[in-house]
Design a protein around this ligand. Structure first.
Ligand SMILES: C[S@@+](CC[C@H](N)C(=O)[O-])C[C@H]1O[C@@H](n2cnc3c(N)ncnc32)[C@H](O)[C@@H]1O
Length: 267
């Protein structure tokens, strides 16, 4: 990952990641179930927002959760300890330079990490080395091209596109959801399958209005304001209008749609 990780590692970003994980836990993880007694690698665990959902769903399995950021790992450790979750071990590690032996893990989970990497295919190949034959890799990613909303707004669409451009400048890909299938196939995983997971939000689902439209998606776009302006992608007033229009979609007649993609492949 590049040093100027587009979302940053701020406290606000930790809260955003936790909000995202909480309100999407069923949609993304109702089927994140591994066979009992599996050893699972969670690659790029961040502050443990997915760990705290997936580890308790698999109490008979053990998780080794790695991240390149010491700060995030510390936060993840205290979160998991505070929740008394005991089947997770955290380790500092880089997906591209792991010290694990070949075929060490039964299964691998990678959530919202590939979008930040300039070489996602190399990451998959590195992860494949430590995966047992017959084991699975599960990838979960969003795709900002999948965002549409009512009322529509060209300012909002341009503000979202700033995030896509910034991710690209940083070597990542905010449109990676649609590429999960090709990446899995190109990394020579077999029986690859991808399921789109659409989040549909209107005011009849107030928890999603707060948890997703406002605190996850719009907060993420709002979070790149300075970088968007510094990179001359949008003027400050146009960007502010875009964010305002995104918040507008969370009002009583507003609608917000976004699709995540969950891909699974076998080694
Ligand atoms: C958007 S966060 C997602 C965290 C967590 N998976 C979640 O869904 O909440 C991306 C994480 O990937 C980590 N990361 C990026 N590149 C990495 C690498 N090469 N090796 C290990 N972790 C990496 C970052 O430090 C960051 O914590």
């Amino acid at each position: 990952m590049q040093s100027d990780y587009v979302h940053g590692y701020s406290e606000r970003e930790s809260v955003r990641l936790a909000d995202q994980a909480n309100c999407l836990s069923d949609l993304l993880h109702h089927d994140s179930i591994f066979p009992e007694n599996s050893l699972v690698l969670e690659a790029g665990c961040g502050v443990g927002a997915q760990t705290k959902i997936v580890a308790p769903k698999n109490p008979k399995s053990k998780f080794i959760s790695i991240d390149i950021s010491e700060e995030s790992l510390q936060e993840a450790k205290s979160l998991i300890q505070s929740l008394k979750i005991r089947n997770v071990e955290f380790q500092s590690g880089d997906i591209f330079k792991m010290n694990f032996a070949d075929e060490y893990f039964d299964h691998i989970l990678v959530c919202f990490v590939l979008e930040h990497l300039s070489k996602p295919l190399d990451a998959l190949q590195s992860l494949k080395r430590v995966l047992k034959k017959g084991g699975t890799i599960t990838l979960i990613e969003g795709d900002h091209g999948s965002a549409y909303f009512y009322p529509d707004s060209s300012y909002a669409r341009r503000a979202i596109d700033c995030q896509v451009q910034l991710q690209k400048l940083n070597g990542g890909n905010a449109l990676i959801g649609r590429e999960l299938y090709p990446i899995l196939v190109n990394a020579s995983f077999s029986q690859c399958s991808v399921s789109p997971r659409m989040v549909y939000v209107d005011s009849s689902r107030p928890e999603l209005v707060e948890g997703f439209t406002r605190n996850t998606f719009t907060a993420m776009i709002e979070g790149v304001k300075e970088k968007a302006i510094d990179n001359s992608l949008m003027s400050e007033s146009d960007f502010n209008k875009g964010v305002k229009d995104l918040y507008r979609t969370s009002e009583s007649d507003g609608v917000f749609c976004y699709t995540f993609f969950k891909g699974v492949g076998y080694k």
